[in-house]
Design a protein around this ligand. Structure first.
Ligand SMILES: Cc1ncc(COP(=O)(O)O)c(C=O)c1O
Length: 415
């Protein structure tokens, strides 16, 4: 099967006219003679299309595909950011250039998610896993009860980490049904004395996504959500949450940046033992610049936020994501059982689509053949097996269409 549409030709036009800093303008200040380098310096910059021909449709769960125009923009700015004479990687995090980058990233994220002013936005490190500890350390005392709804492996990990810092209780778990469901919110027995209610908004491994959110019935009215794998994939009413946290490396940037959105009245209550790097107050007071932040990652997130705004914001982004997911789930459901989605229809993730083959012995062949067609990282998580297609914001429709065409062709040949 040949690649019907390159994901990259689709984006080139957009890139070319949107990139305000073409490589050629940077090269004007480029002095090859002053650089001592074993390899010869090219007299002409490589055309922006060179890499594109070689790129694949990457269905990885994270680190994951990034928008091609963002990568090309970063490439064009890598050597000399906007005439500053240096790369973002070389800048002082306290210099005016980087301050403008982080402030714009925050302001664009606020616009995208319409984050109310009574919420702080923090750009942190340590991944979402660090937040599994930071959340209980900041929001409760060691003796406080807190509620966890566990709809997959990540929620389970968050619960286990919280056991070290407070008294969490799993008030609902989908484990016995292999994490294929989300409970009815009426069935949740929330503890009114609990410090917070924790959910994982999208379980990356099991492909289970909350389509709506439970109202927290606890003493502070605090709902906490791990949104790592569906962050900025659709509009979210931030005011329903006390804390939202997300690792960037699925939808909004490279690994190394973790974003925390927190209601301001919840800041400043950290347990005494809380390490300084996990204390939201320290980061809030210092505008995420208490220590050296992941500068380049924040810059990349900023480019992604700009791109999402240019696409028309999260309402438009969600429409595209729904369309991609619909095509893929329809192909699975319409395969007469050749492919199967284990997840209950009403909570199927728009971002991570796990599926199995009726003839499981064909799974390795499926993955091998797909890789030959430049569709990679389709193997399911090692804990669940099968296949998983992660179709984050940056996955073009053409990528999903190509996967679906391949699935149909594979079925015809192997049914
Ligand atoms: C939903 C969810 N939460 C938490 C994590 C852990 O993130 P990190 O590796 O950034 O610590 C992941 C990673 O895939 C995830 O998908």
């Amino acid at each position: 099967m040949s690649m019907a549409t390159s994901p990259h030709t689709l984006l080139q036009n957009r890139t070319t006219h949107r990139n305000p800093f073409p490589l050629t303008s940077q090269r004007a200040s480029f002095k090859p003679a002053s650089i001592k380098c074993a390899t010869q310096v090219q007299s002409q910059p490589p055309p922006l299309t060179t890499q594109s021909q070689d790129r694949v449709f990457n269905f990885a769960a994270g680190p994951a595909i990034l928008p091609e125009n963002v990568l090309l923009r970063a490439q064009s700015e890598l050597y000399n950011w906007r005439g500053s004479g240096m790369s973002v990687m070389e800048m002082s995090h306290r210099g005016k250039e980087f301050l403008s980058i982080i402030q714009k990233a925050e302001s664009d994220l606020r616009s995208l998610l319409q984050i109310p002013p009574e919420y702080s936005v923090l750009f942190l490190q340590g991944g979402a896993t660090t937040q599994f500890a930071a959340v209980p350390l900041n929001l409760c005392t060691p003796n406080d009860a807190v509620d966890y709804v566990v709809t997959g492996s990540w929620g389970d990990k968050a619960f286990k980490e919280a056991q070290k810092y407070c008294k969490p209780k799993v008030i609902w778990s989908g484990k016995s049904e292999k994490y294929t469901k989300i409970p009815s919110f009426h069935d949740l027995e929330q503890n009114p004395e609990s410090g917070y209610l924790h959910i994982c908004a999208n379980e990356t491994i099991h492909g289970v996504e909350f389509k709506d959110y439970p109202v927290p019935m606890n003493k502070n009215g605090v709902l906490v959500a791990d949104m790592s794998s569906n962050f900025c994939s659709k509009p979210v009413d931030v005011s329903k949450f006390g804390v939202i946290y997300a690792g960037a490396q699925k939808n909004v940037g490279p690994s190394g940046v973790t974003i925390v959105i927190i209601r301001k009245d919840l800041v400043g209550k950290a347990q005494d033992v809380t390490p300084v790097m996990l204390d939201y107050k320290i980061h809030d007071e210092n505008n995420s610049l208490y220590n050296t932040p992941p500068c380049y990652g924040i810059y990349m997130c900023g480019l992604v936020f700009e791109d999402l705004l240019e696409q028309g914001g999260l309402v438009e982004v969600e429409k595209k994501n729904k369309k991609k997911a619909e095509i893929l789930y329809n192909a699975i459901d319409g395969s007469n059982g050749f492919y199967k989605s284990p997840v209950e229809k009403y909570v199927r993730s728009l971002m991570n689509v796990p599926f199995t083959l009726e003839k499981s012995e064909l799974e390795a062949e499926f993955i091998k053949e797909a890789a030959k067609e430049k569709m990679i990282q389709l193997k399911g998580h090692r804990s669940v097996g099968g296949m998983r297609a992660s179709i984050y914001n940056a996955m073009p429709l053409a990528g999903v269409e190509k996967l679906v065409a391949f699935m149909k062709d594979f079925q015809t040949r192997h049914a």
